[in-house]
Design a protein around this ligand. Structure first.
Ligand SMILES: Cc1ncc(COP(=O)(O)O)c(C=O)c1O
Length: 419
């Protein structure tokens, strides 16, 4: 029998255990702001409104046919109708090891790989496995919305370090050092970055690696956009550039962005064997194996060549130049040229300082709502990424829509200039 003792008067904002329908831990999770914007744009479009959405973080291309065919064949194979190894099909682990060696030069054994339901689950599993309550994770901001939520759920504390457009959205070692405390355990590192598209050079990665090594920290490096780098930037994989970190480094990756496979839900983490074993135990109770059909599709993707991603990269590169130059034509908007991923992250602080149709806006969140109401353009406000005063535009949408949406913004803000 469990005896329940009264803990005395509760503060009004925290209901007593019995009245609490949702736990404090999960109740504190915010809805994904990026998915919220995307869903709102989709539902307005379904009502017949000509909304142009820059919210979606996914390629607008179909998955290449040879990958789809592999999945169709996998559906007919009874072995795929059964539970399989929690940590991933041996064939997929082999393909991940080969791909990792080919693309980043990192050699990995199978006991260092865990196949997950997308990169998102790998991030969640990695933080859940690395952190104890009170551990701090330094997270460069602007940050992708999922990181702080995953850290918080694991009992950790997010310590944001802001790098704005004046430093191309890249943190320096000095800034990281200023944020370090005795409780710092992990640095979150992502390059190319969502939401800014920033890409760290090999030299920058090496100096950050030296700092991690000097202070015995761990690092989670998110390489999901590894193939979407423009302008020939010389970059690389953190554990390859800093091999001394291999035993305290977790790499997150997946097929979503490279092969236009966001809906298939296949990602993975690569890390030290003891950590991967613990994360696999967690997964054995949470989700078991990733769908075998999706894993078979991922094997086909990884074993194929990179033609599809090269074609996507050319298209994204063209759209990147168009969107950045059109955004910079708007008085009050400052948009650095992103070097990777498929996002532009302009400052809109100049627009917040002005009147629009006689109104002013206190935040980029309010301004984003205004833009949606006035000209039916959906963007994600910087508040979602820990930096108010910015908009995130995904340029993974058709060229005509891309131009049409930014033209609407140009007209909206030109019309109101000085009023
Ligand atoms: C930086 C970053 N990491 C990881 C992911 C996870 O991708 P998925 O869970 O679709 O594999 C995303 C998706 O938007 C992302 O932007």
């Amino acid at each position: 029998m469990v005896s329940v003792q009264s803990s005395g008067a509760q503060p009004p904002s925290v209901p007593s255990t019995r009245d609490r329908r949702v736990s404090l831990r999960v109740g504190a999770i915010a809805e994904s702001a990026t998915l919220k914007v995307d869903n709102k744009a989709k539902s307005l479009r379904a009502e017949g409104r000509p909304v142009i959405g820059y919210g979606a973080g996914e390629p607008d291309f179909p998955t290449p046919p040879y990958i789809v065919e592999a999945a169709v064949a996998a559906c007919r194979e009874p072995a795929n109708h059964r539970y399989t190894a929690v940590g991933g099909l041996p064939d997929l682990k082999r393909a991940i090891a080969e791909k990792t060696e080919r693309d980043s030069g990192l050699t990995v054994t199978h006991d260092r790989i865990l196949v997950t339901n997308g990169g998102k689950q790998a991030i969640y599993a990695a933080f859940a496995t690395m952190l104890d309550p009170g551990d701090e994770v330094i997270v460069p901001a602007p940050y992708w919305t999922t990181y702080p939520e995953a850290i918080h759920l694991a009992g950790g504390t997010t310590v944001p370090v802001v790098a704005d457009e004046t430093q191309d959205y890249k943190v320096t070692v000095e800034q990281l050092e200023a944020a370090r405390t005795d409780r710092t355990k992990v640095l979150l590192f992502v390059s190319p970055s969502n939401p800014t598209g920033a890409v760290y050079t090999s030299e920058e990665i090496r100096s950050i690696g030296e700092w991690i090594e000097a202070h015995d920290l761990w690092v989670l490096t998110d390489e999901i956009y590894e193939h979407l780098v423009y302008d020939g930037v010389k970059t690389g994989s953190l554990p390859v550039l800093c091999p001394e970190l291999v035993d305290r480094c977790v790499v997150v990756n997946g097929v979503a962005k490279t092969y236009a496979m966001t809906g298939w839900r296949v990602g993975w983490m690569i890390g030290p064997a003891d950590l991967v074993k613990a994360a696999t135990n967690l997964q054995s109770h949470a989700t078991s194996n990733v769908s075998n059909v999706a894993q078979r599709a991922a094997i086909a993707a990884l074993r194929g060549d990179l033609t599809a991603v090269e074609a996507m990269r050319d298209t994204f590169d063209r759209r990147r130049r168009t969107i950045v130059s059109m955004l910079n034509e708007i008085d009050g908007v400052v948009c650095p040229m992103p070097e990777g991923a498929f996002y532009a992250y302009p400052s809109v602080k100049g627009l917040l300082a002005r009147h629009h149709n006689g109104r002013t806006f206190d935040s980029s969140a309010e301004l984003a709502e205004y833009v949606l109401d006035e000209v039916e353009v959906a963007v994600v406000p910087g508040e979602a990424f820990g930096t108010p005063g910015y908009f995130r535009f995904s340029y993974a949408l058709g060229d005509d829509d891309l131009v049409e949406g930014i033209t609407r913004l140009q007209r909206l803000f030109a019309r109101q200039s000085g009023t």
